[in-house]
Design a binder for this molecule. Structure first.
Ligand code: ZN
Length: 176
């Protein structure tokens, strides 16, 4: 079991940090390694498949993906300074976001991607080119969007987006 103290508060829509363009990571510090650990714990606790640093208030280009849940590796993967270099196909899938709890919508995205990134492995950075498909590709694209201040609702037609946000705001207010 992860200890509660490792779990970070998740920033919610309306928080400015979610709209900032995150900065590239120049040096791997102990602070960043610790942050990645806490983000893994936070993601697991919140039942998310991915979590980007801006969602915990850090405007840096890092995110974690629960690749254990996706059955891609035995441990969650930490992506640092990722860049999508190829996109192919198209798929529609219902997305949600830990920063917009309770709002879900179908989003169209490329089905396959190739991403150039650094991965954190045993406290070291390893450069990788990763081919991702289906849900893995979708999570990576959703998280990279977070690093650019983009949220999944921004991909929706303007009217659908406005309607969903109206409902979401009403629901949050009524929860008091
Ligand atoms: Zn999200």
């Amino acid at each position: 079991m992860k200890e509660k103290k490792d779990v970070l508060p998740i920033r919610i829509l309306g928080d400015k940090v979610l709209r900032e363009k995150a900065q590239p990571i120049e040096d791997l510090t102990d602070e960043i390694i610790k942050l990645a650990k806490k983000m893994e714990a936070t993601m697991k606790m919140a039942n998310g498949i991915g979590l980007a640093a801006p969602q915990v208030g850090k405007s840096i280009r890092l995110f974690v993906v629960d690749t254990e849940y996706l059955e891609i590796s035995k441990r969650p993967m930490v992506f640092i300074n990722p860049v999508i270099v190829e996109k192919d196909g198209e798929s529609v899938f219902e997305e949600g976001c830990l920063s917009i709890p309770g709002l879900y919508a179908d989003v169209i995205r490329p089905k396959k991607i190739v991403v150039k990134t650094f991965i954190l492995r045993r406290k070291k950075l390893v450069e990788r080119e990763i081919e991702a498909d289906d849900l893995f590709a979708r999570v990576i694209q959703h998280e990279i969007d977070h690093l650019d201040g983009v949220l999944f609702i921004d991909h929706l037609p303007p009217e659908e987006r406005a309607e969903l946000l109206r409902e979401w705001t009403k629901k949050r207010h009524s929860m008091g």
